[in-house]
Each structure stands twice: as structure tokens, then as C-alpha cells.
Design a protein. Structure first.
Length: 287
């Protein structure tokens, strides 16, 4: 760990901590000191791993089978001469799952541009349509095939939940896509869509952070990105240092939090039994 910025930040944290204990509460808001230091530590950890990724150092990310199957699915559509259907959920761009779905759409569009495979993206919101078009357009330009792009690739159906599901099902039955991607936020229509895709023999890859819909996708789809796998997909596919470093930093913070929780439980148990005279809760709240 030879990152100067990391050690500089760590030193700053220690200085702030010392100032707090020496000068006392007048310089800090009562009851929020622990949150202040938690934010500083979390930000420092993520920045450290982002800088590490920017330097080109190897950062291990667990292999996610669903992401490895993206190219396989697009390749299958190319071999069969059938289109790729991409469904970015049914909610607007104010939901983080929709944003993640549009980002992943750009990576799928790069593959369809490279293999010259037709891409069909029906959407349920006008703003999502605009964002999706720009994402696909940029992907085709980056692949040197702007001539293959047209606005109708990303088209609006309807805002109504089940009318949208019926429209997507109609596209599936008419065009018989060989690969179907469900990447975004879904509700009760998830099983309707996935069962229709399964009935036409398409390879289906789903991704969502909606806990109630994950069982339906797991049952009816070939691959499913569950929860945080879905949000990590953009970094995994793009290899962008900021995204990869952010994912790794967040994982390290989770390990630290789990360790703190376990240590806190043990110390509180020992304190209640009278084996030690140290109340972890009072220490963490810093009253």
C-alpha cells in the first residue's frame, strides 16, 4: 500500500480524531462524531481502491456467470439470424435500477453493433427512451458502425404496467428473439414476461434488485443477476477504474462492518457477563 493519497487521508483522519479527544465537543456536533469519522473512512477506502485501479494494478472481482453469458446470448442471436430484445424495466430514470439497466444496455449495444445483430428495446417511459437511445447511439459510434443505428431501436410502448407487458409479449411472439435481457426494476409483470420468453426458447438473462421479483426470474430465466451483482455489472463489463475501484472499496467496507458487528457482539456479551468493564455501545456513540 504505497498510495500517498491514501496515507495522507489516513493521517488526516488520525489528526481529526486526536483533535476531537483533546479539544472536546465544542468543535463537533454532539452525537454525530461517529458518523463523521465513518464517512471519512468509507470515502478514503473507496478512493484508495479507485486510485489503485487507475494505476493498472490487478483488482480481483468475483466471476458472475450471468455477465459471462451476455456475449454468449448475443452470439446465439447472431448465429440464428434473430434479434436481441432488451427490456430496461418499467419505471423512470429516478430509480437507480433503471439507471443501471440503461448503462448495461450500452454494453449490450456494443456487442450487437460488433456482430451486426438487430436490437429491439421497448420502454415504458419517455425519458428512459431518450436515455436509452443516446446510450445505444454512443455504443454504435464507438464500434464504428453508426450506419447500423436508427432511433426505432429504442421505442416507447406505454406507461401502463400490464399494457406494456402485453406489448413486449407481442414483440416476443412476432419476432421470436433468440436472446432476451431483463435489466431494471420490475413488478408483477416479471413472471409474465419471463414465461413468454421461455415459451419461445430464448436464452434469458435477468437482473434486478427487487427482492419480490428475483424468485420469478431465477425460475424462468437462464441467468439472473441478484441484487448487488446487478449494480456491479456495469463495472464488471466496462472495466472502468472508477467503477471497479468503487465496487472493490464497497466490498472491503462491508467486510470491515461485519467484523465490527461481530467484535461488538462479543464485547457487549463479555460486558454483560461482567468479564470486562467496557460498554461497546457507549464507545461507538461517543457521548
Amino acid at each position: 500500500m504505497n498510495d500517498k493519497k491514501f496515507w495522507f487521508t489516513l493521517g488526516g483522519i488520525l489528526v481529526l480524531f486526536i483533535i476531537y479527544w483533546i479539544l472536546g465537543h465544542p468543535y463537533f456536533i454532539e452525537g454525530r462524531v461517529n458518523m463523521f469519522f465513518a464517512i471519512i473512512i468509507a470515502a478514503s477506502t473507496i478512493i484508495y481502491f479507485i486510485n489503485k485501479a487507475k494505476r493498472g494494478e490487478d483488482i480481483y472481482l468475483r466471476t458472475i456467470p450471468g455477465l459471462k453469458a451476455f456475449e454468449e446470448a448475443v452470439g446465439r442471436s447472431t448465429e440464428m439470424g434473430k434479434p436481441v430484445l432488451y427490456v430496461p424495466g418499467i419505471v423512470d430514470m429516478d430509480q437507480v435500477e433503471t439507471v443501471a439497466g440503461v448503462i448495461i444496455l450500452g454494453h449490450v449495444a456494443k456487442m450487437t453493433a460488433q456482430y451486426e445483430t438487430p436490437l429491439n428495446v421497448p420502454v415504458a417511459r419517455s425519458i428512459v427512451m431518450k436515455a436509452g437511445r443516446e446510450s445505444v447511439r454512443e455504443a454504435y459510434i464507438m464500434q464504428g458502425r453508426p450506419d447500423l443505428f436508427h432511433d426505432d431501436m429504442v421505442h416507447y410502448l406505454t406507461d401502463d404496467q400490464f399494457a406494456y407487458a402485453a406489448g413486449v409479449n407481442g414483440i416476443m411472439m412476432r419476432e421470436k428473439p433468440a436472446a432476451v435481457f431483463y435489466q431494471g426494476k420490475f413488478y408483477a409483470e416479471s413472471l409474465i414476461l419471463a414465461e413468454t420468453g421461455n415459451s419461445i426458447g430464448a436464452i434469458q438473462i435477468a437482473g434486478t434488485a427487487s427482492p419480490a421479483q428475483i424468485p420469478f426470474f431465477v425460475t424462468a430465466c437462464d441467468y439472473t443477476l441478484i441484487g448487488e451483482e446487478f449494480f456491479a455489472a456495469s463495472g464488471y463489463l466496462s472495466k472502468d477504474p472508477k467503477l471497479v475501484g468503487g465496487i472493490k472499496g464497497a466490498d472491503v467496507l462491508k467486510v470491515i462492518l461485519i467484523a465490527l458487528i461481530l467484535v461488538s457482539i462479543v464485547l457487549r456479551l463479555f460486558n454483560d457477563l461482567g468479564w470486562i468493564n467496557f460498554d461497546i455501545l457507549k464507545f461507538l456513540t461517543i457521548q
